[in-house]
Structures are given as C-alpha cells and as structure tokens.
Design a protein around this ligand. Structure first.
Ligand code: 5GP
Ligand code: MN
Length: 328
C-alpha cells in the first residue's frame, strides 16, 4: 500500500481526529492545520485542531475561531488518530508532545528536510514549498475537492513559506495556486493582509532592529536582535517580529542573515536565513536546531555576544565547505 493510500485508509477508519502543529505556529502551520480541519469537516469527520497559542495575524482564516486554544488540553482518550502538520521533530511539539505520544495512531505530514519520521505514517516531501502544498496532494488523493475555505488556508501556507513565491516555488506550486484561485479565493487580499498590513509599533520595532544591525565577515553576514524590553516598550508579542530576519538578507552584500529574539526566560531564539550559497540548516543543526536549506533556527541560553560569535564561526566554516564543494 502506498503512503497516500495508507493515509486515506487511516483517516477513513478514524472516528475522531486531533490535529497538532508546531510551537510558535507560522502561516504554514496555521494554514495547514485549518486547511486540513476544514477538509475533515467537509467529509463530516469528527475533528479538533488544538493550537495552544495561535498567531492572531491569521485570525482571518476560516475556522480560526473554532481552534481549541489555551493551556487546557483536550483529552487524548477522545481521539483515535493524531495528525501532526509541519512538525519536523518531536521537540517542535513542545507543550503538546504528551498529547501526540498518548494517541495510538499517528500521521505526520511535513516538508522539512530534517524531519525525523517519528509518526506511524510519515508523508514527508521536502521538495514541496510547504506543508500546505503536501496537503493539496493528500486531499486530491482522498478525493476531497478544494473549496474556498480550504483554499484560503492552503494558499496562506504556500504564500508564507515561499516568502511570497520567492523560495522553493516550482511550476507545480503555481499549478496548485491556480487550482486554489479557481475556487474564488481573493489572493490579492490575503497577500496584502499577510505581508503588507502592519501597525505603527511594529514598524517602530523594525526600526530598532535596523538600528542595531551589523554587517560582519566582509558584509556577507547581517546580524541583529530584539530584546524583551523592545516588546514591552511597544506592547508587542514575539510573533510581531515575523519577517524582520529578511531585512538583513536583502542587503546587497549579504549571504546570511541572523536574527536573535530574546525570550522571557532570558534565552534566545535564533532565526537564520541564507540567499543562494550556504546550507543554513547544517549551521542550525550544530546548535540542536534545524529547518530548511535557506531558512532554519535554533534556541540558545548563551549571552547574545557569545551566540553571535559562535554562529559566525560556524557560518564561516560552512562557507569554506561550500566553496570547496563548488571547486570539486
Ligand atoms: P523561523 O526562523 O521562521 O522561526 O524558522 C525558520 C525555519 O527553521 C522553520 O521552517 C522552522 O521549522 C525551522 N526552525 C526554527 N527554529 C527551529 C528549532 O529550534 N528547531 C528546529 N528543528 N527547526 C527550527
Ligand atoms: Mn512549513
């Protein structure tokens, strides 16, 4: 039996499905969760999607108000199948890991090259731009036609994980977007909502991060950071820093952009990006993190200056390695 047939059979046989995604869910995490949730509702499955802290930026998505949120978890015993979307490894569940482990039958649908195949059934296609793109294939194989509600969710995930159709975007990706557009999704409105509309305080946070930006390694690496005080001063949340890492990557001399976000416990969350040369997921894995070739991340409890130094050292090593590979 193929993986797709196996997924269809398990979903068909399930009486009650729980959907989980990764901590600090991005557009692909929330888009795939709600896209799959709406699809399961369409075929009249009993389904719950649990995201402890969803990002309000995606509250325009159909089904968002039906998400189960907050610290009170659903009962694992109410479900016979758990579907993990966009979760590359068990640590990425964070607070929902016990729920995932407590449900007997599990499916993972993901596109991270670093995925650990931790579920009973794993559909991992790392060539896909996004988990939402993988869901297009899975829903088609299940005979579930995309409607406007599902389409708005899946479009949002494809849109955000491709950075607005910049990265990992293939002819196939655009064909899927065409299928979505045929359902009547207002793609221009979603694009503007997701990428352009902002607030004054968020714009001020961007200003602070630009002020602190340094160019290192002959301009090849941009580094900046955000503190908890920034968020306090401007009444913002961590999710409001989405996209700031791209500012460094857009400077004409850079290959790598590093953005560090201070966490309430004093640790840092690192976002790493590369343009067209370095496999940045290798750098992130050296620090226990992971991600994709051009976008990766990790967490660290070290002081910021120290983190900066050791990442730069690893980036330099990776640079030298990739240069050797080029020559070989
Ligand atoms: P971001 O910088 O937007 O938080 O994350 C970029 C990419 O790296 C995402 O696709 C995400 O899955 C991955 N990533 C970010 N942080 C971590 C981490 O701590 N561990 C792992 N394994 N992947 C991460
Ligand atoms: Mn994703």
């Amino acid at each position: 039996m193929s993986v797709l047939e196996n997924i269809k059979e398990n979903i068909d046989n399930s009486k009650s499905i729980l959907i989980l995604t990764h901590v600090n869910p991005d557009g692909d995490a929330i888009g795939s969760t709600l896209g799959f949730y709406n699809a399961m509702k369409k075929i009249e499955k009993k389904v719950v999607a649990y995201i402890p802290v969803p990002d309000k930026a995606f509250s325009f998505l159909p089904g968002y108000s039906e998400l189960l949120t907050g610290p009170t978890k659903p009962n694992a015993s109410d479900f016979d199948l758990v579907v993990a979307l966009d979760v590359s490894d068990l640590t990425r569940f964070e607070d929902t890991l016990d729920l995932f482990n407590a449900i007997d039958n599990s499916i993972c649908i993901d596109h991270h090259i670093t995925n650990q195949n931790y579920a009973d059934i794993n559909y991992i296609n790392a060539v896909a731009s996004s988990t939402c793109e993988n869901l297009m294939v899975i829903l088609a194989s299940m005979g579930i036609a995309i409607n406007k509600e599902i389409g708005e969710c899946l479009y949002t995930g494809i849109l955000t994980d491709t950075g607005g159709f910049r990265y990992s975007c293939k002819a196939e990706t655009m064909e899927m977007v065409a299928t979505i557009m045929e359902t009547g999704v207002n793609t221009a409105k979603i694009y503007r909502t997701v990428f352009d509309v902002t607030t004054l305080n968020r714009t001020k946070l961007v200003g602070r991060c630009i002020d602190r930006m340094e160019l290192l390694e002959d301009g090849k690496v941009a580094f900046t950071y955000m503190t908890l005080k920034d968020l306090e001063d401007l009444s913002l949340e961590e999710a409001d820093s989405e996209g700031i890492v791209n500012l460094g990557r857009n400077i004409d001399t850079t290959e790598v952009s590093i953005f560090a976000k201070e966490r309430p416990d004093g640790s840092y969350k690192l976002s790493l990006r590369s343009n067209d040369f370095i496999d940045i997921s290798i750098v992130a894995s050296k620090f226990g993190g992971g991600g994709h070739v051009r976008a990766a991340g990790f967490e660290s409890a070290m002081p910021i200056e120290q983190i900066k130094q050791i990442i730069i050292d690893e980036v330099r090593k990776q640079y030298e390695k990739e240069e050797k590979n080029e020559e070989a």
